[in-house]
Design a protein around this ligand. Structure first.
Ligand code: R1P
Ligand code: URA
Length: 289
């Protein structure tokens, strides 16, 4: 049977052979990739590399690729939100699993290791600012997964959240790669992360507009499903985990807890906390096993 050729309008390759948004060619990317939301965090990661051999920027996607401990590694910024993560994951996957010459999917698939180094707000009082947290499970409160095939894993926490808030839609639930979680040490606590489609009302914040849900944080923080509680808010992790599951990549999201919502506190040393997370992550995960 002839292989499906992906049309020019569906997978856009720039005239220099790079992929549309990320502006990368297959050879520009390592198979171990650290991702950050803020483009200014990219050099804070890559300054720890032994060498950098490639740098580019397109929109909010800044990429540095180099060597660390004899291993090729990349760091990329993504901007904020799961809509950006859908673009990132689809284009990273195409860079390794689509032949750009023939525009066909390769027989043999490559699985990337993608590790988010992000900031986050704790929803539990006993997770102080300065905590480093690995998201074992993430729940997506956005609609991204309504457009993709259903996820195969357990959806019990997502279901419980829908029930608690009486949501007109079903959130989605996905997991980190256990191979990556198992490489962490006790610098990281493990948690269940709520990925929200915004920073303010979707995370229960009120500035001028009143959020629609009363007692949002208290109700979510008080939920318990099979001995697990929700731990933190951010804006990308569930999108990563869901796209990673569907595309066959190993995903892990690490969070520097810079806000504690019940205690109404923001980390005065947030930059130091982020740097501690970067160092621990590079030490534990910058080697492909
Ligand atoms: O610090 P980053 O990686 O951007 O992550 C968190 O910070 C942003 C909001 O301030 C959102 O992207 C959220 O997920
Ligand atoms: O509270 C916070 C802090 C960082 N990022 C978020 O999305 N929420």
């Amino acid at each position: 049977m002839e292989k499906h050729r992906i049309p020019e309008s569906e997978l856009i390759i720039n005239s220099d052979g790079s992929i549309y948004h990320l502006h990368l060619k297959p050879e520009d990317l390592a198979s171990v990739i650290f991702t950050v939301g803020d483009p200014e965090r990219v050099p804070l990661v890559s300054r720890n590399f032994d060498s950098i051999d490639f740098q580019t920027q397109k929109r909010e996607f800044v990429t540095h690729t180099g060597m660390l401990n004899g291993q090729r590694v990349s760091v990329m910024s993504t901007g904020m939100g799961t809509d950006n993560i859908e673009i990132l994951m689809t284009e990273l996957d195409a860079l390794v699993n689509v032949d750009f010459e023939t525009r066909t999917v390769k027989e043999e698939k490559t699985s990337l290791q993608i590790i988010r180094l992000g900031t986050s707000g704790a929803m539990q009082a006993d997770l102080p600012v300065g905590t480093l947290l690995a998201s074992e499970i993430a729940i997506g409160m956005d609609s991204l997964m309504s457009y993709y095939p259903p996820l195969s894993g357990n959806q019990e926490i997502a279901q419980a959240i829908q029930g608690e808030l009486n949501l007109p839609f079903r959130p989605y639930q996905a997991r980190a790669a256990f191979q990556l979680v198992n490489r962490l040490d006790d610098r990281f606590v493990k948690g269940v992360t709520l990925t929200c489609p915004g920073f303010y009302a979707p995370q229960g914040r009120e500035v001028r507009l009143k959020p629609r849900f009363d007692q949002f944080i208290e109700r979510l923080a008080g939920l318990e499903v099979n001995g697990r509680r929700l731990t933190n808010f951010e804006m990308e992790t569930a999108g990563y985990y869901a796209m990673g599951e569907l595309l066959g990549h190993q995903m892990l999201s690490l969070n520097a807890i810079v806000a504690n919502r019940p205690n109404r506190e923001f980390d005065k040393k947030a930059e130091k906390t982020v740097d501690r997370m970067i160092h621990a992550a590079l030490e534990l995960l910058a080697v492909k096993k």
